[in-house]
Structures are given as structure tokens and as C-alpha cells.
Design a protein around this ligand. Sequence first.
Ligand SMILES: NC(=O)C1=CN([C@@H]2O[C@H](COP(=O)(O)OP(=O)(O)OC[C@H]3O[C@@H](n4cnc5c(N)ncnc54)[C@H](O)[C@@H]3O)[C@@H](O)[C@H]2O)C=CC1
Ligand SMILES: CC(C)CC(=O)C(=O)O
Ligand SMILES: [Mg+2]
Length: 349
Amino acid sequence: MRLNIVVLPGDGIGPEVTGAALDILEAVSRSEGIELQHRDYPFGGAAIDACGQPLPEETLRACLASDGVLLGAVGGPGYDEAAKRGAPRPEQGLLGLRREMNLFANLRPSRLYPGLEAASPLREEVVAGTDILIVRELTGGLYFGEREEGTVSALDRLPYSAEEVERVARAAVQAAKGRSGKLVSVDKANVLATSRLWRMVVDRVAAEEGMEVEHILVDAMAMYLVSEPSRFDVVLTENLFGDILSDQASAVAGSVGLAPSASLSDPGRPGLFEPIHGSAPDIAGQGIANPIGAILSAALLLRYAIGAETAARKIEGAVEAALAAGLRTRDLGGRATTMEATKAVLQQL
Ligand SMILES: NC(=O)C1=CN([C@@H]2O[C@H](COP(=O)(O)OP(=O)(O)OC[C@H]3O[C@@H](n4cnc5c(N)ncnc54)[C@H](O)[C@@H]3O)[C@@H](O)[C@H]2O)C=CC1
Ligand SMILES: CC(C)CC(=O)C(=O)O
Ligand SMILES: [Mg+2]
């Protein structure tokens, strides 16, 4: 089996965690007979530094021609400052890439790993059994609507079409069929017109697919995620709500540094795989970032890009075993460095 991937290390801790994920990917590929080819391309702030734009044409072409893309993270305070003077933002590159690759379904799992109860801010009896998959719509809504910057007034539009809701709803139903079959859809239908459209389409898709769906308003969902997280399985929601709730779910399960994601398009088209965290400028360059979110993203890449289920499970099993054996980076209350964490996972492989 061949696997040709593009690596976008990006900014801040991005290169640190993609380096770790590649070490693991190379080790598993060797043992599973996968012929791995990978090449780095400039992206985000690093690409702005190199050539003035966050998503260079060559990077986009390589991503579209690959089997899958492994991304670290983009952004940082220096780029935020430069943007005030009219420079492009690294985050525009990420949004552009998601749009160009048509990555409408973003899967963001957060599971409490055995032994990590103490890393959660919640009491053990509340967090026990938490295993949530957030399915976030990724190419519509507020992040892609018309924008007007301003110092007196500003505008961000939140457009959604029925077609955009339908395709991500079908992805969520598919995901729920492969899990416990419990689907929750989160919106703000008591206020937003787009949420009323969202609810109508999700109800139609669920009825067609013979699946029950429970609707929860996003403010209440934020509460339930910390009061009773273990009652949720698959949670379908729109772009902004999914961005926020997935960071919250990751912290409930121990740390944002643990959470991977798969951003998927139509069958046959390449996906993008990245930890859900950002570039973490506060710890960048210190070698202490938790690489597990990136490592688990590499497992998702193997699963969704080439159907290498055994290899994906090997990585997931090795992460679980390393955590059970006591691996703790600083975000989990320990002292392990990025390199030590990577070695601990390699050892379990
Ligand atoms: N997909 C992407 O590329 C994303 C990029 N960003 C960008 O990242 C920059 C920083 O954003 P923040 O809001 O600070 O979010 P962040 O996720 O980078 O950091 C939030 C907190 O979590 C910690 N953290 C994050 N990842 C960690 C890891 N792997 N190990 C240990 N601790 C970790 C950080 O140290 C920080 O305290 C911004 O420029 C933002 O736009 C933010 C989110 C996603
Ligand atoms: C950096 C943004 C474009 C999005 C974000 O925070 C995310 O996708 O998690
Ligand atoms: Mg985010």
C-alpha cells in the first residue's frame, strides 16, 4: 500500500507536533508495509514569511494531489500585529485550504482515556465514560460569510444553504451508525434563521436515515458538556459552535493537546488531519507541547485516506497504553517533553 502525504507544519508548536506525528507514522508504516512518502510545504505564517501569502499556489496544488494532508497549526501574535497593518492572516490560509479542498465534515473526537480522570477539571464520577464525537460543519457559516471590517461598525454574515446542512448531517448520521447510534444536533433555533433551517434539514435527513435525533440549544449544550458529558455520543453542529464546543469537550477529557481531527470531503477526495489546538505561542519552541493530538490525527489519516484500519488502531492502542503507563506531558500535570512523549508512544508500538 502507498501513502503520499503533504505535511504542513505551520507555526508555533505546529512543527514540533507534526514532527512527532511523522515519527509515529513512519514507524507504523514500516511495520505495516505501507510505502509512505511525505513532503513539507509552506503554510500559514511560515508561508507568509517565505512568500507573502498563507496558502501558496504550490502548497494548494500538492494538497489537492495528495492522499491526505497532515497539518500542525497556524497563527501567532506577530502575525496578528502585522494583520493590523494590512498583512494577510495565517488563519485565512487555513480557511482557504478548507474551502478549496471542500472539507465540509470535521470529525473531532474527545474521549476520556483510562487513567486520565485526574487531568479533567471535572469530578471523576461526572467525567467517567466520556466519549464524544463532534461533527462540525467546516466550510460554511460565519467563518465563510461576507465580512466588513470597521472601527465604528463591522459585519460578519452567517449564511447556510440546505445543501450544506444536508451533506454534513449525512456524515454525522453515518458516524452515529458506526457508534452507539445516539445523535444530538446543536443549534440556536430560538434566535437564528440559519439554525431553524439547520433543524429542519437535520430532522429530514434523520427521518430518511431512520435515526432519532435530539436537538439541544447551544447555550444549554455548553452547560451539559460540563455537567453530564458522558451522556453524549455524536454531536452535530455548525462551524462556529463546533469550534467552541470541541475545545470545551477536549478540556473535559483532559487537555486540548490530546484531541485530533479529520476534515473530510466527498469520497475519493483527500482529507486534512490536524490536532484541534492552535499554535500555542505561550509554549512554542520549548519542546513541551503535547504531541498526542497530532499523533492521533495521523491515525485518522491512515484510517480515512487509505483505509489502513490496523495501522490506525495500532497508533491509537499505543497512545492509550502509553497514557495508561503514566505518560503525562505538562498540560496533563506531568513533566514529559514532546520528545519523551513521542518515545513513550513509539515504545508501545
Ligand atoms: N487549526 C489551527 O491552526 C488553529 C490556530 N489557532 C491559532 O493559534 C494561535 C493561538 O491560539 P490560542 O487561542 O492560544 O489557542 P491554542 O490552542 O494555541 O492554545 C490554548 C492553550 O492551550 C495550550 N495548548 C494548545 N495546544 C497544546 C498542546 N499540544 N500541548 C500543550 N498545551 C497546548 C496552549 O499552551 C494554551 O495555553 C492563534 O493565532 C490562533 O488563531 C487557533 C486554533 C486552531
Ligand atoms: C484558526 C481558525 C480558522 C479555526 C479554529 O480555531 C479551528 O478550526 O479549530
Ligand atoms: Mg478552534
